[in-house]
Design a protein around this ligand. Structure first.
Ligand code: NAD
Length: 497
């Protein structure tokens, strides 16, 4: 059985742990590898190494760091087919979707190539008489990233290109469900000329995460995953005086106004609810049908959900692949059972979906519920599967109220032809990322990504300008060079004269 190791100090590293996890191919249900789950000692060794590498890496001029990012960008492009296939083989999503997610990660690398410009700082000449003042941003030290299974390339790439370009060293702890992509990215960074110890991958589970939180040399942790773990990371990093950004789960609504272009809304919803089998933090899992559009919307959706092409990710015909693991498949099916029990109307039932030749794969067909209400658990909780719930709302205000009362606040969108509805909605929604006639409003790399409420614990969003702020600390220097005159001691608060 293939054994997946760690990557520390520029080479593969197996550490001293005897614990392993199983990695599967979700399309077939076959185990493809064992992944070593790091011990606390393995983590501490990796961090010590990264701390040593920080000394010289942080002193490298930003331009030299940028040149490595440029080379890394070329290598990702050159190896994109291989990286995409690795994602498909362990996550299960369809090839073109996996490739798109890699591109969204690549865009962060492109943004990080501009680091000399981004780190320029601010200067005021003569802030007081003959006194100058300037502000600079310096790297933090060893930073760590803990990432979820659903974007094995993109989510780590929201973090490490920014952290490294800012002059930090980095430990990535990817999801133990699909760890191989991170290791290939580490090899490509090395090929791009990144010095050993600057980027490290340590595979593991809770033990590794706790070791990172407890290690005093780790200055900051970026986390993306489910809300309970995000909250745990946030609280414990705060306790240990670490900088932290912890992105959590979601329940993204799509408000469908009666005046919208229905085809556009339906097509948008199909991709956003069923793309990547609903395993996206920006997936739309609730459609809010406003006014009289409900029946038309549900009928149009039902036709498309029934004919959704579900199959292995490498099959060019597939629109939706399997779920990531057998346990997750059971969990999603359990939510569909629950919805029926709670009294929602199951318009399309994908629970018994099977494909010939792939009977052991983790497939489920698209599921569509109508008449879901706000007190049902299938409305309140994140299902993270291809299950779309339609909720009916009498008017715009009721729809907006639903959005704003929900505990999650990652993404939301509205479909309308009315500028006033679109603008008011963007202004009033208590949500981090809003789309107007855009089903999945994931910001580009040069903006920043993040939700509100229980979808993000911490102050800064990921990548873009917020990424630079998160991975650097501000220092302000005030100086003067008095010539000849010596001033007497001053015992009052200095003010600029
Ligand atoms: P998860 O929370 O189970 O795991 C995320 C990471 O935390 C993994 O690396 C895992 O090893 C680690 N982990 C798991 N249990 C832990 C524990 N008890 N203590 C410490 N660490 C632990 O999430 P997942 O199932 O891999 O990913 C799906 C979730 O991620 C969904 O909730 C989804 O919404 C969320 N997500 C959010 C965003 C966002 O931007 N807000 C993006 C992608 C995914």
């Amino acid at each position: 059985m293939k054994k997946i190791q760690h990557f520390v100090n520029g080479q593969l590293f197996s550490g001293n742990s005897k614990r392993v996890g199983k990695v599967f191919n979700p399309a077939t249900g076959e185990q493809s590898a064992e992944v070593i789950l790091a011990s606390t000692k393995d983590i501490n060794d990796a961090v010590a190494n990264a701390a040593e590498a920080f000394e010289s890496w942080s002193n490298k001029p930003p331009l030299q760091r940028a040149r490595i990012m440029f080379k890394f960008k070329e290598l990702i492009e050159k190896n994109s087919d291989e990286l995409t296939k690795i994602i498909v083989s362990e996550h299960g999503k369809v090839y073109e979707d996996a490739k798109g997610s890699l591109t969204r990660g690549l865009e962060v690398v492109e943004y990080a190539c501009g680091i000399p410009q981004l780190l320029k700082g601010e200067f005021t000449e003569n802030v007081g008489t003959d006194v100058d003042s300037w502000s600079i941003r310096q790297p933090l030290g060893v930073c760590a990233g803990i990432t979820p299974f659903n974007f094995p390339a993109m989510v780590p790439m929201w973090m490490f290109p920014m952290a490294i370009a800012c002059g930090n060293t980095f430990i990535l702890k990817p999801s133990e469900k699909d760890p191989s992509c991170a290791l290939r990215l580490a090899e490509l960074l090395k090929e791009a000329g990144l010095p050993n110890g600057v980027f490290n991958v340590v595979n593991g589970d809770k033990e590794s995460v706790d070791a990172l939180i407890d290690n005093k040399e780790v200055a900051a942790i970026s986390f993306v995953g489910s809300t309970p773990i995000a909250k745990y990371i946030y609280e414990n990093c705060a306790k240990n005086e670490k900088r932290v950004q912890a992105l959590g789960g979601a329940k993204n609504h799509c408000v469908v106004m009666p005046d919208c272009d229905l085809d556009q809304a339906v097509n948008g919803l199909m991709g956003a609810a069923y793309g990547s089998a609903g395993e996206r933090c920006m997936a739309q899992s609730v459609a809010v049908a406003v006014g009289g559009i409900g029946d038309k919307l549900v009928n149009a959706l039902a036709k498309k959900v029934e004919t959704l092409k579900v199959g292995p990710g490498m099959d060019k015909q597939s629109e939706m692949g399997p779920l990531v693991t057998k346990e997750h498949l059971e969990k999603v099916k359990g939510y569909v059972d629950l919805g029926v029990k709670e009294g929602a109307k199951l318009v399309v039932d994908g629970r018994d979906f099977k494909i010939q030749g792939y009977e052991n794969g983790y497939y489920i067909g698209g599921c569509l519920f109508d008449n879901v209400t706000k007190d049902m658990r299938i409305y309140k909780e994140e299902i993270f599967g291809p299950v779309l719930s339609v909720v009916r709302a009498k008017d715009f205000n009721e729809a907006l109220n639903l959005v704003n009362k929900h505990e999650f606040g990652n993404g939301v969108s509205i479909f309308t032809r009315d500028g006033d509805s679109g603008r008011t909605f963007s202004n009033k929604a208590k949500i981090g990322m809003v789309g107007v006639n855009i089903p999945i409003p994931v910001p580009m790399a040069f903006h920043s990504f993040g939700g509100w409420k229980r979808s993000l614990f911490g102050d800064q969003h990921m990548h873009g300008p917020e990424g630079v702020r998160f991975y650097t600390k501000l220092k302000t220097i005030t100086s003067r060079w008095p010539s000849g005159l010596r001033s007497d001691p001053e015992f009052t608060m200095p003010t600029m004269k």
